[in-house]
Design a protein around this ligand. Structure first.
Ligand code: NAD
Length: 443
């Protein structure tokens, strides 16, 4: 099937590559010429396991192409994905200007029926807005053409995006058009062989499903962080509590890890956007407001531990930092907890010596050169001359470090662990102090 994808970001690029891999003929359109040029040279703009060979092999075989030529893109696809960003507006609601720009572009160039698929995460009612924009543009251009607008939210996880798109848990189609449903069932049939994963519903329910999913996951994290903070104050160990509640099948073990807060491009913005949408319909989303507030506070947790440990004075201290990305297996730093920590440490005059397996370039791009940030080539080299070690991201490579070496290198023998990677009693055996989330201080 001829497919066009507008927006070559995490979602658009992965979706395009996966659709090309199963044999569809895909054209990707982006406004970023540099991104397109790089992709044509085999340079992939993001780190995502398995993505580089997948994109490059499909590009070489001509099944996926990259362009900034929107007209070419619109002419090509019988189905056209909108996969552009929907960043938070000033008040936190989702900004639809990129989605609407693509809708207008499609209407401007289309010469026959198109199925427009909204993959971006958008508030309930956006499909209606896209329909209005396309209709108005067609009318202004005196074109009498029909089109469908389908909501098909994306559920991929950064760090596992290729696998998630290749083997989706579910494919949500929000449409009341039989024609669009039939075409999209055909498009997705290679991913729907094991059992039927396609769930068809009305457009508004599909739009809300995406927000409900992300808000539920964010709620689980903030709930566990609330329990962790209580555990700490009450002398309990949240890791025991986690195992205790996870054993109940109604709760389960998945996604109940306490930590130094959630980040990324989705949870923070989607929780905020649903809170604002709720206000728009006269409802106060109290749980979601609390989820956001708890996360905001949790992102300061490591900084608070550090300041308490050092009696409020870290001026001139060198802090070793492991993990910069908002979660493992990605180079994405959007809303990462590490950024809150580093910025607060810098305000206090500390120097950060950091390492991340994939996010070093991104950190450099965000913060540029500054004397209080040293990006180191290995996790070990961050320890040189450092007073303490802080862990912000649970990369596998941080899970079994050489504690003897850490003890030798750190001036103050202390680890602040935002992801609860270690057994406190083990750390004590090495003579290290250990702060983790919801476990108290072990010495
Ligand atoms: P992104 O910022 O990585 O990529 C968006 C791309 O769209 C950029 O390359 C940008 O240049 C391009 N773009 C902007 N305007 C354009 C236009 N008019 N024409 C063509 N291209 C244009 O964004 P992303 O992370 O891929 O997210 C896209 C959407 O998918 C968002 O709504 C997001 O909430 C949602 N989503 C993201 C994830 C994720 O894990 N990143 C998961 C599920 C859903």
């Amino acid at each position: 099937m001829k497919v066009t994808v507008f927006g070559i970001g995490y979602v658009g690029l992965v979706q395009a590559a996966v659709l090309a891999e199963v044999g569809h003929d895909v054209v990707c359109v982006d406004v970023d010429q540099n991104k397109v040029d790089n992709l044509e040279k085999g340079i992939i703009p993001i780190y995502e396991p398995g993505l580089t060979p997948l994109v490059n092999s499909n590009f070489e075989q001509g099944r996926v192409k990259f362009t900034t030529d929107a007209e070419r893109g619109v002419m090509h696809g019988e189905v056209i994905f909108i996969a552009v960003g929907t960043p938070p507006d000033e008040d936190g609601s989702a900004d639809l200007k990129y989605v609407q720009a693509v809708a207008k572009t499609i209407a401007t160039h289309m010469q026959k029926h198109k199925i427009i698929i909204n993959k971006s995460t958008v508030p309930v009612g956006t499909a209606d807005k896209v329909i209005a924009t396309v209709s108005a543009t067609l009318k202004a251009l005196k074109k009498e053409l029909t089109f469908d607008v389908v909501s098909n939210p994306e559920f991929l996880k950064e760090g596992a995006a290729v696998n998630d798109c290749m083997r989706p848990d579910r494919i949500i189609l929000g449409t009341d058009s039989e024609y669009a449903e039939k075409k999209l069932r055909e498009l997705y049939s290679p991913f729907n062989r094991n059992h039927d994963k396609i769930i068809v519903m009305d457009v508004r329910s599909a739009e809300l499903t995406k927000y409900a999913a992300n808000c539920m996951l964010a709620t689980k994290i903030s709930f566990m962080n609330e329990m962790a903070n209580l555990a700490e104050l009450m002398g309990a160990d949240i890791e025991n509590v986690r195992k205790g509640i996870g054993s109940d099948p109604r709760i389960g073990y998945q996604f109940i890890y306490p930590g130094c807060g959630y980040g990324g491009s989705c949870f923070p913005k989607d929780v905020q956007a649903l809170v604002r949408s709720a206000t728009g319909v006269g409802y106060t989303a109290k749980i979601l407001e609390a989820v956001e507030a708890v996360n905001y506070r949790q992102k300061e947790k490591l900084f608070d531990y550090i300041m308490n440990h050092y009696n409020g004075d870290v001026k001139g201290k060198t802090i070793a930092l492991w993990g910069l990305s908002f979660k493992p297996n990605t180079d994405d730093m959007r809303e990462a907890s590490s950024r809150v920590l580093m910025e607060k440490l810098w305000e206090q005059g500390a120097i950060v010596q950091a390492y991340d397996p994939e996010a070093m370039e991104e950190t450099q791009r965000i913060y540029g050169s500054r004397s209080d940030l040293k990006l180191m080539g290995t996790k070990e080299s961050t320890l040189s001359g450092a007073s303490c070690l802080v862990i912000c991201t649970e990369w596998q490579v941080f899970r079994a470090p050489d504690f003897d070496m850490i003890k030798t290198q750190l001036a103050d023998d202390v680890i602040f662990d935002g992801r609860n990677l270690f057994d406190p009693s083990l750390i004590s055996e090495y003579g290290l102090h250990y702060y983790a989330i919801g476990r108290g201080l072990s010495v």
